[in-house]
Design a protein around this ligand. Sequence first.
Ligand code: NAD
Length: 349
Amino acid sequence: MRQVKMYNPKIMLVTGGSGFIGSNYIEHVLECNPDLVVINYDLLTYAANVGFSEEIMQQYPERYKFIKGDICDESLLSEVFSNHSIDTVVHFAAESHVDNSLTNPDVFLQTNIMGTNALLKVSLKFWKERYGLDVDRCRFHHISTDEVYGTLTLEQQDIFTEQSPYQPNSPYSASKASSDHLVRCYFESFNLPITMTNTSNNFGPRQHGEKFIPTIIRSCFNKEAIPVYGEGKNIRDWIFVKDHCEMIHKVIQHGQVGESYNIGGDNEVANIDLCRTISELMNKLDDDSFDYQQLITFVKDRAGHDLRYAINMDKYRQNIGGAKHTPFGQALRTTINYNLSLLNKDALT
Ligand code: NAD
């Protein structure tokens, strides 16, 4: 493993910290880093978990603060940087739902590209003046997706590495690809100390109901059709959000400035198999003999639907450490139980 001096964030601005992954990340870092202060900067769009801040504030009143704001708002961002002496940015804020990007791409370009640029500009200005861009004193970590690499065929052996060409196929992935390029170019052009991670499909507590796994669980619960695009053959690599958050933080601490790292779940699953697995777990929920698998319903395929994503994590393993992967069944049960608790239902035992 290559030795890099450990980076130690002190006052962190987490953008999109009320969203699915950002909220899990905040929980993780506050619990594991007793001296860390976290400022959650979030616009609270439809995708945010509005109750999260209150919950976490009660646990960490001295070390957590929420600020409602848009990442495109440079003047508010500058004020926040100065008032709180931010030394680290962990950038989750984005429009994140591929389906929405097909019907309304503009907001994806605005938030994911222009918003990232605004955040980079403000970080650069503040850290240049305050820290002379010293890599031991400031850091910008960008969260991205494996979708920037486009699609794999079912048979393809050479799965996505950090060297894979960018070939985004949806307005969402194109906007994320653009933001990745901007982050990298702020390092190359201006020496902004950045790191970046590209990750596969997350699942777990606090994921918005529009996403695939919460949709399957809710459909089972309501005994409604479980909608599956095409023939359900599309493959995704699923990673439990808690594992992802742990690995993001390890990259921030141990990653090489200017580098990106792929993070996957080593867990490729076809959509149809995912529906079957969750349906089987849901079958155990109640006594009646209803088989939830009968709810699986194929619907017209999504435009530009990538067939397969799979991630090669060698760079992470070689440079950062061992990857943590919670067993899939266990992580799915946690996710199902979280979603059932929202519906005031008893957990799976
Ligand atoms: P999410 O949609 O659950 O949360 C996004 C959060 O960003 C929300 O709280 C929202 O209010 C906030 N936000 C949106 N626009 C904003 C703006 N203009 N200013 C400030 N805040 C704004 O998203 P997520 O699933 O938690 O994804 C987080 C990041 O991880 C995104 O950058 C996404 O591209 C990336 N990612 C997600 C996955 C996944 O499977 N969910 C996989 C790989 C990468």
